[in-house]
Design a protein around this ligand. Structure first.
Ligand code: HEM
Length: 429
């Protein structure tokens, strides 16, 4: 098993492999759809037109389709393995998948196309999928062996996901009624911060606390920073929601301070794990994670400027979300995908009581070189896209988006190879 994580440390829960696999497959397809959509909306991004329905549609291919679907799939693995809590209702996991997965596509197309029927059916399915998954996870958490920071992060994150849904439904109702009129931008800003920071980032902080030390073989780091990160981020997001919706500047600025401090604690925790690692070589999955952290820092630097300039600085606000969401969260999640999916594929094909002669290692299931190339392509793409948005260049935005789509194609080739690649000759599966 050289060049791969020790199976003993993250042995996948065999019963949940199918559940995780279907989520990961759908997530990858949505990432592809999102990257194609990104090219389509490139000129609107360059114009800072973040209120465009096209932008909202494509955004949710990434946020619900890629990020949320991947988190759901990872939770089905993580809860039994890391927290010792087998999923309460595995069959419900499949039901929620089959409502959420098609719902995301219908919802995204419905918003982008302004089709009331499509987005109503879509949001209905998405809402059922979210409610069923949140219920399943919430019913699983009490079975956990230990209630540590990862446990707390999952509990906080699913609470924020539920709030994201409520805010999203309000925004959707507004799309065809206009009932919140002047406060639309405030509710939108609240929705996207609750979703990106409260749901996705808090989940990442909690999961990274378990997985980073495993992947890096890091022992002896001071692990208290995750707890601080969680407290600061959770309070910061809540206060920001209050500050934005009630237009109290003091609350919003205090919230920004709390969130910046929370992110700093998370970064410090991650760096502490990297520092004490036994495995000196940093593999490509972890390089993606490190790049994701760098983009989060960039977005955090933009944050106060966006609040200071207000929503009228539309290109600045758009670049800020692109950096945080596509650069920070999407790239970080891609890194963990590279760590988890090949391992699951390896387990499904080659694990057993005896070592199979000639079986590849987990690391040999895909080409690290192509993955490195993909990382370079994606990082360049996001830098080009962000600069293009800031200077209002549609051509630059097209170039950045097209490069990003190329990166996603490389990703697909590697994940497809790891998941579907033929077993070597002579190996019984
Ligand atoms: C849970 C179900 C969700 C629903 C029903 C929903 C609904 C919506 C709607 C209707 C809009 C457009 C608002 C407008 O233009 O007035 C919107 C925007 C947005 N949402 Fe969601 N959302 C959901 C989940 C998420 C999640 C999980 C994330 C992030 C992780 C997210 C991030 C965003 C972002 C970044 C925007 C701004 C896009 C733009 O600039 O047009 N949403 N959402």
């Amino acid at each position: 098993m050289s060049g791969s994580v020790r199976l003993g440390a993250v042995s996948p829960a065999s019963g949940a492999i199918r559940l995780a696999a279907e989520h990961f497959t759908a997530a990858t397809l949505y990432l592809l759809a999102g990257s194609v959509g990104l090219v389509w909306i490139a000129p609107e991004l360059a114009a800072g037109n973040f209120l465009s329905p096209h932008v909202a549609g494509v955004t949710h291919l990434f946020t619900l389709g890629w990020i949320t679907m991947t988190i759901f799939g990872a939770l089905y693995q993580l809860l039994p393995v890391a927290l010792g809590a087998p999923i309460r209702w595995p069959k419900l996991g499949h039901t929620s998948f089959w409502t959420f997965a098609p719902g995301v596509g219908l919802f995204a197309c419905g918003i982008a196309d302004n089709s009331t029927l499509l987005y109503h059916v879509g949001v209905g399915l998405v809402a059922i999928g979210v409610i069923l998954t949140v219920t399943n996870v919430a019913a699983t958490l009490p079975r956990a062996r230990s209630r540590d920071v990862t446990w707390a992060a999952i509990a906080i994150a699913i609470t924020y996901l539920s709030s994201t849904l409520v805010l999203g439904v309000i925004l959707l109702h507004n799309v065809h009624t206009g009932f919140i009129a002047a406060v639309r931008v405030q509710v939108l800003a609240t929705h996207l911060h609750v979703a990106i920071l409260g749901w996705a980032l808090i989940m990442i902080v909690g999961v990274a606390h378990r997985l980073l030390p495993m992947f890096l073989l890091a022992h002896g780091a001071n692990v208290r920073w995750t707890k601080r990160a969680l407290g600061l981020l959770a309070c910061g997001v809540l206060l920001l929601a209050v500050g934005i919706t009630t237009r109290r500047d003091a609350a919003s600025w205090t919230a920004v301070l709390l969130m910046e401090a929370g992110l700093a604690c998370f970064i410090y925790q991650a760096v502490s794990f990297f520092r004490v690692r036994v495995r000196k070589r940093i593999d490509v999955g972890l390089r993606f994670a490190a790049a994701g952290l760098a983009f989060l820092i960039a977005a955090a630097l933009f944050g106060p400027v966006v609040l200071w300039r207000g929503p009228s600085a539309t290109r600045l606000a758009t670049a800020y979300v692109v950096l945080g969401l596509l650069g920070g969260i999407v790239v970080f999640v891609s890194g963990f995908f590279y760590k988890i999916v090949p391992l699951l594929a390896w387990t499904a094909r080659y694990s057993g009581p005896k070592r199979i002669e000639g079986a590849p290692t987990v690391a040999e299931l895909f080409s690290a070189r192509v993955a490195e190339l993909q990382l370079g392509v994606m990082v360049s793409a996001l830098i080009i896209l962000s600069i293009a948005i800031l200077i209002g260049s549609a051509t630059g935005a097209y170039a950045g988006a097209a490069l990003f789509a190329l990166g996603v194609l490389l990703f697909l080739s590697q994940i497809g190879r790891a998941a579907l690649g033929r077993p070597r000759r002579g190996i019984a599966t």
